[in-house]
Design a protein around this ligand. Structure first.
Ligand code: HEM
Length: 497
């Protein structure tokens, strides 16, 4: 007994010594960078928890210092990250090649892919990203009628037109609707968008993955495999997904091998788009399931959050509803309920953009030491991002930047399209990223869906916040990421006037 306690003591002391040594050597690499909060051995772990609970406050505190000194800030711990501000540094950040500042590397860290999905997944090629950029985007217009059809069906089922007000949890309702619409787009000839179990697995996967990764990230690397085994529900979700999708994917792999790229009756769907690009070593059912889940993952909660926030803002400020209805009705009367029509709705663009001005951060992981032109070096292994939320509220960039101004992005221009363009990269507006090669490739699909859903709601429903409140519900913060309030409700009834 005595010797067991001694052995345990030696183990703990050795582990702490190793951690101390690792901490000292990584700390030395970023001594030159001003730090927000404590950067001591224990203090940086406490800082990690503070960041988890209210990261945006840490960043805002640093942004104010950084703006004055025009340099960077950091809060070092074992998953060290560094945040930069100032247009020059953000510009350099977005232009840096993947081999230097890696987007995939950052996602692997953020989602703890090595632990939650396995090292074989992080090491494999993330070809689904280029499939989103190419094959998927080519098909947004082609398959748009299906998106509209499914959207109308989803509204009938989830938000029926009623004479009295119906109260619904907005984010939850929209996640389910968006999941259905996206699955109709991804698998137009299958009936997956009608399969309740499949849709639930999809919506749960994103939440389970993010929660598991966040908890694991709070533990030292040596403990992460054990913690994953104890808490992760991801393997169970993937197993169930394999039962649902496995036979179909096996058949599609067989047909692709036997009949080649083009065969009569080949569906125009996500599986075909993926198979056009799948590296030989990844032509397996398991890997295809990961690619399908990850293709959906990027656009489910993000789209639902932006939709909920925009509606919260509009319900709290009903003076915007009439001008938007007029724009939507005019454009639809000329161009019908088409994708082209939605691209002409500039007031709607501006309102969505204004509502989502308060977004989160996008990080890159330094694959090797990366030095900005002002001399700041990001050591290999560290993540670097730009202070998007603070920048998007910066009063020197946005007049009255702390206030909602729905039409701020079209005001003062005779040619609104030149000014608003929500899908255009803009250094001061980073909802879809800070531009460059990793700028969100799903933004065209997301904006088409968002505008279709918002137009449908504004034309067919009256909306209000419970109690007809004139203040939108406060957002929820998760680290530095802001999301719409998941508890908040919206009320709908059939449009009266
Ligand atoms: C309103 C909805 C959406 C928001 C706010 C959003 C936001 C973002 C952001 C901030 C990034 C990181 C960009 C960067 O690192 O510079 C990103 C990347 C990505 N998004 Fe989206 N996204 C949305 C919808 C979608 C949709 C619908 C899809 C696909 C179905 C999608 C697929 C992706 C992919 C594949 C990436 C990785 C790109 C890369 O690493 O090269 N997103 N998104």
């Amino acid at each position: 007994m005595h010797s067991l306690a001694e052995a345990l003591g030696v183990l703990i002391v050795s582990w702490l010594t190793y951690q101390w040594y690792a901490f000292r050597s990584t700390r030395a690499k970023i001594d030159h960078i001003p730090t927000v909060g404590s950067d001591g051995f224990i203090g940086s772990y406490l800082g990690a928890w503070k960041y988890f609970l209210s990261g945006y406050k840490v960043i805002e505190e640093g942004y104010e210092q950084a703006l004055l000194s025009k340099c960077a800030l950091s809060r070092p711990n074992h998953n060290g990250w560094i945040v930069v501000s100032g247009q020059d540094m953000v510009e350099e950040l977005r232009r840096a090649p993947e081999s230097e500042l890696s987007s995939v590397g950052n996602v692997v860290d953020l989602l703890q892919v090595d632990y939650v999905l396995g090292k074989h997944v992080s090491d494999a090629e993330w070809y689904h990203v280029s499939v989103t950029q190419k094959q998927m985007n080519r098909n947004v217009s082609v398959l748009f009628p299906g998106i509209m059809d499914e959207m109308r069906a989803a509204f009938e089922d989830h938000i029926p037109l009623t004479e009295d007000w119906t109260s619904l949890k907005a984010v939850d309702t929209f996640v389910h609707m968006v999941c259905r619409i996206v699955n109709r787009f991804f698998f137009p000839t299958l009936q997956l968008h009608k399969d309740a179990e499949f849709l639930k697995l999809q919506t749960d996967f994103s939440v389970v993955l993010i929660l598991t990764a966040t908890v694991i990230g709070l533990f030292p690397t040596a403990l992460r495999h054990i913690v994953t085994r104890l808490i992760s529900r991801v393997p169970r979700t993937l197993k169930k997904m394999k039962i649902l999708l496995g036979p179909m994917l096996e058949e599609r792999l067989r047909l692709d091998t036997e009949l080649g790229r083009d065969w009569e009756g080949k569906p125009n769907d996500l599986v075909s788009w993926l198979l056009e690009a799948t590296p030989p070593a990844q032509r397996t059912v398991d890997d295809l399931i990961i690619r399908i889940m990850k293709s959906e993952f990027g656009g489910l909660h993000t789209t639902s959050i932006v939709l909920s926030d925009t509606l919260f803002d509009l319900a709290a400020r009903p003076e915007y509803i009439q001008p938007l209805r007029e724009e939507i009705e005019e454009v639809i009367s000329q161009h019908g309920w088409t994708k082209d029509a939605f691209s002409r709705m500039h007031k709607l663009d501006s309102v969505i953009k204004e509502s989502s001005r308060l977004g989160g951060l996008n990080f890159r992981k330094a694959a090797k030491d990366f030095t900005f032109s002002n001399g700041l070096t990001i050591p290999a292994g560290y993540s670097v991002g730009c202070v998007s939320r603070a920048m998007q509220r910066d009063l020197s960039v946005f007049k009255n930047g702390d206030q909602f101004d729905g039409f701020r992005f079209i005001r003062g221009s005779d040619e609104p399209a030149m000014v608003s363009g929500i899908t255009n990269p803009d250094i001061n507006f980073v909802l879809f990223g800070s531009g460059g090669r990793h700028h969100c490739p799903g933004r065209f699909l997301a904006i088409a869906e968002l505008k279709a859903m918002l137009s449908h709601i504004l034309i067919n429903y009256d909306i209000r916040l419970p109690g007809d409140l004139r203040t939108p519900p406060a957002g929820q913060f998760f680290g530095t990421n802001r999301g719409a309030n998941t508890f908040a409700k919206l009320e709908f009834r059939k449009r009266r006037a």
